[in-house]
Design a binder for this molecule. Structure first.
Ligand SMILES: Cc1cc2nc3c(=O)[nH]c(=O)nc-3n(C[C@H](O)[C@H](O)[C@H](O)COP(=O)(O)O)c2cc1C
Length: 314
């Protein structure tokens, strides 16, 4: 890919339309600044950070890059108003909201001069984002790691449908780790891509080494989308997953139990490295990830693969 401008590079003032997804327990200032320094858009994941830790990460990111970066705010978590206040005080210019209503913060942030993107997993919600006036929509398919939609719509089906129904800049997410996948997403109608799992297995990600190495060993079929009636999440089928399935099937105290298990278990797995008792969020594309790499190498590979593909004509 040559660094030609398109809707996404212009919107965020970046070189390539490649966004590193905000990911709990992975995307601190090191990952976000490394991606921004390569010409993409790095996002700090606020979802696993107490407010003071978020502030520290933003300040360190500002030191580590003079390129644009943003903050991902999943609206599932507490302290949201405080998080937004910190983002404004620290002069962050870009926010990606997810797991909530795009109307809640879009106008407030835009009035302060920020660009706002919102993550959805269906065409219906993509249209709601457009109504809410967001600057860009991230449409995330069923393959994606982490929290997801209930409808099991794959990226391949979601992107063309969203493209048909909205005119805002569109970012495809879910199942993108190779240049060929990025090119496919853009042929389907996306203006850029948001990549999670591939950046989770990088040297700069803040996750535990046990987990990063585990990602490189995962095979097709090793992840599953569970908790669909509560907060659907794609994770590895380990001991914790099996326990969760049992509790969930019995239906006893499920909401409070799963909520409390889920949050602590994500830290235990991905940050503390317990591969059996912890919750391990990752996408289907993990089957294509064989190595923990520096961000710069991930970028070089993506761009090389992207440029080498000649799209066939019939
Ligand atoms: C470990 C992990 C943690 C995630 N945490 C978040 C999060 O905090 N906020 C969010 O909006 N999405 C989160 N996601 C979803 C990503 O932002 C992204 O949309 C998704 O990973 C894209 O699909 P891929 O994993 O196939 O690249 C997470 C994904 C992973 C793999």
């Amino acid at each position: 890919m040559n660094s030609q401008q398109n809707k996404i590079t212009q919107l965020f003032n970046i070189q390539y339309p490649i966004i590193q997804a905000g990911m709990i327990w992975h995307s601190g200032w090191k990952l976000a600044s490394a991606v921004s320094n390569c010409g993409g858009l790095g996002l700090i994941g606020a979802g696993s950070m107490y407010p003071d830790i978020l502030r520290e990460n933003i300040q360190k990111c500002k030191q580590a890059t003079d390129k644009p970066f943003g903050v991902n705010v999943p609206m599932l978590y507490p302290n949201l108003d405080e998080v937004i206040q910190i983002i404004l005080e620290e002069g962050v210019k870009i926010v990606f909201t997810s797991a909530g209503n795009p109307k809640t913060y879009t106008e407030t942030l835009q009035k302060e001069g920020l660009k706002v993107a919102h993550v959805v997993s269906s065409t219906k919600f993509a249209m709601k984002c457009e109504e809410a006036g967001v600057d860009a929509v991230v449409a995330e398919g069923f393959e994606a790691g982490g929290h997801n939609g209930r409808d099991e719509t794959t990226t391949f089906c979601l992107i063309p449908n969203v493209r048909k129904h909205i005119s805002k800049p569109l970012i495809a997410a879910g199942g993108i780790a190779l240049g060929s996948q990025m090119k496919a997403a853009m042929i389907l109608g996306a203006d850029g891509v948001q990549i999670g799992s591939r950046f989770a297995a990088t040297v700069e990600a803040s996750a535990h080494e046990n987990w990063k190495n585990k990602i490189t060993e995962l095979q097709e079929g090793d992840t599953h989308l569970t908790l669909k009636e509560l907060a659907p999440v794609r994770m590895v089928k380990n001991k914790f997953f099996n326990e969760l399935e049992e509790i969930y099937n019995v239906g006893r105290n499920k909401e409070s139990l799963i909520a409390s298990l889920g949050r602590a278990r994500a830290k235990k797995g991905m940050f503390e490295g317990d591969m059996e008792e912890g919750e391990l969020e990752i996408g289907q594309v993990s089957a294509l990830i064989d190595e923990v790499l520096p961000v710069e190498t991930v970028f070089q590979n993506l761009l090389k693969e992207f440029n080498e593909i000649n799209t066939p004509s019939l």
